[in-house]
Design a protein around this ligand. Structure first.
Ligand SMILES: [Zn+2]
Length: 140
């Protein structure tokens, strides 16, 4: 399959596929004409690469996932698993906090020890969650 068709099937721009090729993520065959030629196997790998991109992995990390021989592969995967678990823990904290805020009967959030405790609980490092929560606190 030619790069233009693959781009349509996968739903990315052709330049992205060329970049992934240059970075060694998914390296297509070359047709005698010199054009990139993608097999079904390449397309399966591209879909895996896409799934990895959706969870925020870098191209170097994705190369590690796709190529068993890649140096540091296990560490890359463990690091991403730690990140995912940390994100999940933060989201669960945020969920509990918001469920509490929704039902909290204090007129001022700062007078509620449960509300305050969440804010003091430490580095809730995810900035997006932080911004969203400060908006909630301001309105509370
Ligand atoms: Zn409260």
């Amino acid at each position: 399959m030619k790069i233009g068709e693959v781009a349509q099937v996968i739903g990315v721009d052709a330049h992205v596929l060329r970049h992934w090729h240059d970075m060694g993520v998914v390296v297509p065959d070359r047709a005698p004409s010199g054009h990139r030629e993608y097999t079904d196997e390449h397309i399966r790998r591209l879909r895996i690469a896409q799934a990895c991109r959706r969870i925020g992995m870098s191209l170097a990390e994705i190369r590690g996932v796709l190529h068993r021989g890649e140096a540091g592969r296990g560490e890359v995967i463990e690091e991403r698993l730690r990140w995912i678990r940390s994100q999940r823990a933060q989201l669960e904290d945020a969920e509990r906090f918001l469920e509490h805020v929704r039902d909290c009967t204090h007129d001022l959030l700062t007078r509620c020890s449960d509300c305050s405790r969440y804010a003091e609980a430490g580095p809730h490092a995810d900035r997006r969650t932080g911004v969203a929560l400060s908006a909630v606190i301001a309105r509370h």
